[in-house]
Design a protein around this ligand. Structure first.
Ligand SMILES: NC(=O)c1ccc[n+]([C@@H]2O[C@H](COP(=O)([O-])OP(=O)(O)OC[C@H]3O[C@@H](n4cnc5c(N)ncnc54)[C@H](O)[C@@H]3O)[C@@H](O)[C@H]2O)c1
Length: 263
């Protein structure tokens, strides 16, 4: 018995990193998965991995922040798989490390479009199907950058704070419908997005310093976010709603302290 048997899921950003790990895990646990990403090669690789393990998967190389595309994804999942039980709106972009005063409205618009409007559209078109069906679980990837400063540039952090607000307000707007909406706030995870950080550290021989700011003293792996997404996707989290769950090795649990001076 899989934890997601008889369920169907849409997972965005599944051509890499957290999305790939989550789609693969969902399929291993019995879900039929519709995966979406702009990266066609990455998407094909994820699909091949899922099918090799005996899972059922459809792939769509699309922009998950385009309204007609999102609508089509949702309808495709329902039409091809017979239901829409889970949406993991995970795709995102970092926008790079542009300092606050050098940012442009155009940069901001693109980051907000992908990171915040993408998840909004997934909820806008996915939730009514789930309501009609009698329930469902929507998960969005926010970030520790949405909780406070220090984990991304300003527009990225603002977009992720927006995602946290989006899940809180959506969970309440959908009160009484049995549709749950939650966010995951990952800490530093080794993925396509953070590859430059890890590559640079490896080149310098300072890889051991990565993740030293959190009490686990290491970076996370995509599977560690996927495991949380699996919990939120499954009925095991049936009373978890409107939450932003940090999966960050404890990074966001503390104010900065001088080591050895404060518990
Ligand atoms: N890696 C980390 O440390 C970290 C930390 C906190 C939050 N996150 C968030 O996790 C999520 C997944 O990122 P990741 O770390 O796996 O990075 P990643 O770059 O490996 O994966 C992100 C995927 O999203 C896809 N994507 C981007 N824009 C898209 C669009 N408009 N339409 C369709 N697909 C699009 C990319 O092609 C890519 O495959 C993102 O929302 C990111 O902001 C990551």
């Amino acid at each position: 018995m899989g934890r997601l048997d008889h369920k169907s899921a849409v997972v965005t950003g599944a051509g890499s990193g957290i999305g790939r790990a989550s789609a693969t895990l969902f399929a291993q646990e019995g879900a039929k998965v519709l995966i979406a990403d702009l990266n066609e090669d990455g998407l094909a690789q994820t699909k091949a991995e899922i099918e090799k393990a005996g899972g059922q998967c459809l792939a769509r190389p699309v922009d998950i922040a385009a309204e007609d595309t999102v609508q089509d994804l949702i309808e495709t999942c329902e039409r091809e798989f017979g239901s829409l039980d889970i949406i993991y709106a995970n795709a995102g972009i970092s926008g790079g490390r542009v300092p606050l005063l050098e940012g442009t409205p155009e940069d901001w618009m693109e980051i907000l479009r992908v990171n915040l409007i993408g998840p909004f559209l997934a909820i806008k078109y996915g939730a009514p199907k789930m309501v009609a069906q009698g329930g469902g679980s929507i998960i969005c990837t926010a970030s520790v950058a949405g909780l406070r400063s220090g984990a991304g540039a300003t527009p990225y952090s603002a977009s992720k704070a927006g995602v946290i607000s989006l899940v809180q307000t959506s969970a309440n707007q959908l009160a009484g419908t049995k549709v749950r909406v939650n966010a995951i706030c990952p800490g530093l995870i080794e993925t396509g997005m953070t590859k430059p950080v890890f590559d640079r550290a490896r080149e310098r021989g300072s890889e051991h310093k990565i993740g030293q700011l959190n009490p686990m003293k290491r970076a996370g792996a995509p599977i560690e976010i996927a495991q949380t997404a699996l919990f939120l996707a499954s009925d095991e989290s049936s009373y978890v709603n409107g939450q932003a769950i940090a999966v960050d090795g404890g990074l966001s649990s503390s104010h900065p302290v001088v080591p050895g001076h404060m518990a």
